[in-house]
Design a protein around this ligand. Structure first.
Ligand code: G1P
Length: 903
């Protein structure tokens, strides 16, 4: 009991008595439209965006005191009244008297089924909840069965409370905004159309109607309605024991109206006589629309049980198909967890980082770095749209190398900062190239680098240090030239600019300035003097890889020269003397920023590919050497790590003094990933991480050791209790990137340890207390926190596919270079992954009966669709299949690649 039991290989699972665990919630959403969350007692909420909540917005702390949940009540003659979802005073009471009702929850992608049985009331209920694929409605199908041997006379009442306004009003004018409500009842339901909306956009005419409709499984309308909270719960009443349930209140008929009240879609159905073992079905629909006339046709399409069943099956089919990567390792439960991890990036695309109970911040949308990293998973699952997405996103880069941080709803829509100098996150310019490079590897499409894109323009200038007072709304949001035309630069120019500006933007120790923060949002209090060595490493890695990309570009397209904005020329200055001189570097950056503070000249210059490459490589080499020399902390012969930060007092943050160890994982991850750390240093880092950061029960590698100090000169993270979130939790995103970096550098065993620890902690339900998936972090005790919406999932998936299974693109060719540990094969020595590559379906099967190391030397044969493939001479990977060859494969068929290992 209390464990997750999987029902199939598509992630569907079961958990008994789910209400016994705190903080459980489940996402239900359409592909667009409604985004809901639902708890084991049908709490949670449902919304379209920040300004349109159908149900009252909930945060995690509301889950155990949120009483105005969805509900389904039965008033049964001689047997009292029963909440079929266990959201009642009685159910709460029974949980503590040892007479708890039996409940089981089953769930899969975007659907949940709750089954509860009450011997006292003589009923079993199955409540299936989902949101239609188009996101138009949340559906609740309640099926009640008489489990006694006698007929039951009962009155059913379905409930969906209607909040009907912006999340802003949860405290800001909660009552006043209820005065705007115009409520009416129709034949099948309750509609709420606020007269106006009061929110961040000001007072506006409202066009949205919120509705709760219902019918019996045969399509019969409710008999009466309780459309206001007052009528439903009664004076002094409660949602846990509402008056309309306790007493036989007549309720309102269709066509009635109410104004200025809190609303609820409480639908009373006709009294029925349920025979022994007979089942009856009721349907409840909730939604919102800006076209009121659409409510009737919309709801009529789901008025019968058969229609709802069909919509439910469609939901299952649709989302199962979307999650189109399947792993088979030796552990079927782990494979099912991996299914959920694969689903998580899809959830973050839908919910952003704002709309689930732990994620009660932001107003929807995603941040810049999340946007780019989520593309990594998309590139594996649904690459078709990614090319344009990448191009459009580059339109958010400013000519000073920073970028827009407020991202609009439409792709490529960025919102100008009109008021203040907003924060510059110094890591932001790092991520676009990471994604672009992966895109190029997977597709071989180097041409993307030539695509012309505008630059973003707003009031901010000079990397967040100044305002361009010459700018206003009439200028527009695209960078212009002196001639007044919008300037377009290549994708290559954009990414060069991002990485080069970062190169010069250094602090006192010649490491890149931290500005508002880096990846760790909570390192946000060292604006003046903070430096992030962690991301200096990261950018050094980028500079090297960009050079590599340009060399490929030169080879493939024989393009030897590139056009760039003339102003940029100065950023290619070189030489050790310059690199070592902080003042000179800043001088170059300042001169550049001054030149393009308002307009660009519009003049361009031609630079040779070779010149760019050697310049970038020289810069990268210097950076890495500088970090190795200056930042390495050698504890002893066996252990050591990199200092990753300087605080606002210009002091190094990490170290080992008087037996007190200060070590941060992020600093190590980027030193390893970028190639800054030498193999010997990596070994020492691993030893240190194992000693100071590893905690198996809590998911593996913590983000940092306990500094035992509130560092007001570095960031709010030190205000968090140790072991929580960015202060020393096992933060999945960074722990996975640690694994990824280790794999990339050939430390597969160490990488596997990090991946496995994260997964094991999640799978230990008694401890993690979360549905399948990876949490944003594990708290000190190992409880999974902030379920579903984390960039860790994209990176986990990426690492599993491209490193563990080793299936990845190299200039569009498919290469396979697995790095399995023996335990990652099943008993017969098999492992398998099914995925899409270059639009073709592949089933890649590894067979290793002797469980030998997955070295190239041990490959006995490689077959694709039973045809023998010859391994490429001299290459490090087992298999390379040319893109031309993949092109001619049948797109409908699944192509089986078999790789046999043996001694
Ligand atoms: C969250 C944010 C991410 C940030 C990280 C650390 O991580 O979304 O942008 O870098 O916190 O502050 P997530 O778990 O969502 O990837």
């Amino acid at each position: 009991m209390g464990k997750i039991e999987f029902l199939d290989q598509q992630g569907s699972f079961r958990v008994y008595q789910p209400e016994d665990y705190s903080g459980l919630y489940f996402p239900l959403a359409g592909d667009g439209g409604l985004k809901s969350c639902i708890t084991p007692t049908l709490g949670g909420d449902s919304k379209r965006d920040q300004n349109h909540f159908l149900m009252e917005p909930v945060s995690i702390e509301n889950l155990h005191n949120n009483k105005n949940t969805r509900n389904f009540w039965c008033r049964i003659k001689n047997r009292g009244y029963w909440s079929a979802c266990g959201s009642s005073a009685e159910a709460e009471f029974l949980r503590f008297t040892g007479e708890q009702e039996k409940s089981v929850l089953e769930a899969g992608f975007m659907w949940q089924k709750l089954t509860r049985t009450s011997a006292v009331h003589g009923l079993k209920a199955e409540i299936t909840s989902f949101v239609t694929v188009d996101g138009a409605m949340e559906v609740m199908m309640t099926e009640l069965t008489n489990i006694t041997e006698e007929p039951l006379e009962m009155t059913p009442i379905a409930v969906m409370p209607v909040y009907g306004r912006s999340a802003d009003n949860i405290r800001d004018h909660r009552h006043v905004t209820s005065l705007l409500h115009r409520i009416c009842t129709t034949d099948y339901g309750v509609e709420v159309t606020p007269a106006m909306s009061f929110d961040e956009r000001g007072h506006q005419k409202n066009h949205t109607t919120y509705f709760v409709y219902g019918s019996t499984g045969e399509g019969e309308a409710p008999a009466a309605f309780y459309p206001t909270v007052g009528e439903f719960i009664g004076e002094g009443g409660s949602y846990l024991i509402p008056e309309a349930v306790r007493t036989e209140k007549p309720g309102a008929v269709a066509g009635s109206k109410a104004e200025g009240k809190e609303a609820v879609g409480a639908l009373k159905f006709a009294e029925i006589l349920l025979k022994p073992h007979e089942t009856v079905c009721y349907l409840t629909l909730g939604g919102m629309t800006d076209e009121r006339s659409q409510i009737e046709p919309l709801t009529a399409s789901l008025r019968q049980r058969s229609q709802v069943k069909e919509a439910y099956d469609e939901v299952k089919r649709y989302w199962t198909k979307k999650v189109n990567i399947t792993f088979k390792t030796g552990n079927p439960d782990a494979d099912n967890y991996l299914k959920w991890i694969t689903f998580q990036p899809i959830l973050r695309r839908i919910y952003g980082c704002s709309f689930l109970p732990y994620h009660d911040y932001g107003k929807g949308g995603r941040g810049w770095r999340d946007l780019w990293q989520d593309c990594l998973a998309l590139l594996l699952m649904d690459p078709s749209a990614v090319r344009q997405m990448i191009i459009d996103n580059y339109g958010g880069v400013r000519v000073d190398g920073t970028n827009a941080t407020i991202i609009g709803n439409a792709q490529g829509e960025f919102i100008a900062d009109r008021n203040h100098i907003t924060r510059v996150w110094m890591d932001h310019a790092f991520w676009p190239f990471v994604t672009t490079k992966f895109y190029i590897d997977q597709t071989g499409d180097l041409e993307i680098l030539f695509e012309k894109v505008p630059y973003f323009k707003d009031l901010q200038s000079k990397r967040g240090t100044d305002h361009d007072t010459g700018w206003d709304e009439t200028y527009g949001k695209c960078q212009r030239t002196e001639g007044g035309v919008v300037y377009f630069g290549s994708v290559l120019e954009h990414l060069l600019l991002q990485n080069l500006c970062a190169f010069y933007d250094v602090g006192a120790h010649n490491e890149m300035r931290l500005h508002g923060a880096d990846w760790n949002d909570a390192l946000d209090m060292a604006w003046e003097n903070g430096e992030s060595v962690a991301f200096t490493s990261a950018y050094a890695g980028n500079l090297k890889e960009i050079a590599h990309c340009i060399r490929l570009l030169e080879q493939e397209t024989s393009c030897k020269r590139f056009e760039i904005a003339e102003e940029m020329g100065m950023l290619f200055a070189g030489g050790r003397e310059l690199y070592e001189n902080v003042e000179k570097k800043r001088g170059i950056l300042d001169a550049y920023l001054e030149k393009c503070a308002h307009n660009l000249s519009g003049q361009t210059m031609i630079v040779k590919a070779e010149q760019i490459c050697s310049n970038l490589e020289e810069k990268a080499d210097w950076l890495m050497e500088h970090i190795r020399m200056q930042e390495w902390i050698a504890e002893d012969e066996a252990r050591g790590w990199f200092n990753g930060y300087y605080d606002d007092h210009k002091n190094p943050v990490e170290g080992c003094k008087d037996g007190k160890v200060r070590m941060m994982l992020t600093s190590q991850v980027f030193a390893i990933m970028s190639g800054t750390a030498t193999p010997d240093q990596i070994r020492k880092i691993c030893q240190s991480a194992d000693k100071y950061l590893y905690d198996e029960k809590a998911g593996g590698y913590r983000l940092n050791t306990d500094f035992g100090e509130e560092k007001m000169d570095l960031g709010r993270m030190f205000g968090f209790a140790y072991g929580e979130k960015e202060n020393g939790a096992v933060f999945s995103h960074m722990a996975v990137m640690y694994a990824n970096a280790l794999y990339r550098r050939g430390f597969a065993r160490e990488g596997n340890k990090a991946l496995q620890a994260l997964l094991n902690a999640a799978m230990n339900f008694d401890n993690s207390r979360m549905y399948p998936g990876l949490p944003e972090y594990y708290d000190l005790s190992g409880r999974g926190m902030y379920a579903y919406l984390t960039g860790a999932a994209s990176w986990y998936l990426l690492t599993m596919v491209t490193e563990v299974f080793g299936v990845k693109g190299v200039m569009g060719d498919l290469v396979i270079a697995p790095a399995f540990m023996p335990e990652q094969f099943d008993a017969q020595g098999n492992a398998e992954v099914k995925l899409i590559f270059a639009g073709k379906k592949f089933d890649i099967r590894f067979s290793n009966p002797e469980k030998c190391e997955c070295k190239k030397e041990w490959i006995k044969s490689v077959l694709c669709d039973e045809k023998q493939l010859e391994p490429e001479a001299g290459a490090a990977y087992a298999v390379r299949i040319k893109k031309e060859w993949i092109k001619q494969l049948d797109a409908e068929k699944e192509h089986v690649i078999k790789i046999l290992f043996g001694r």
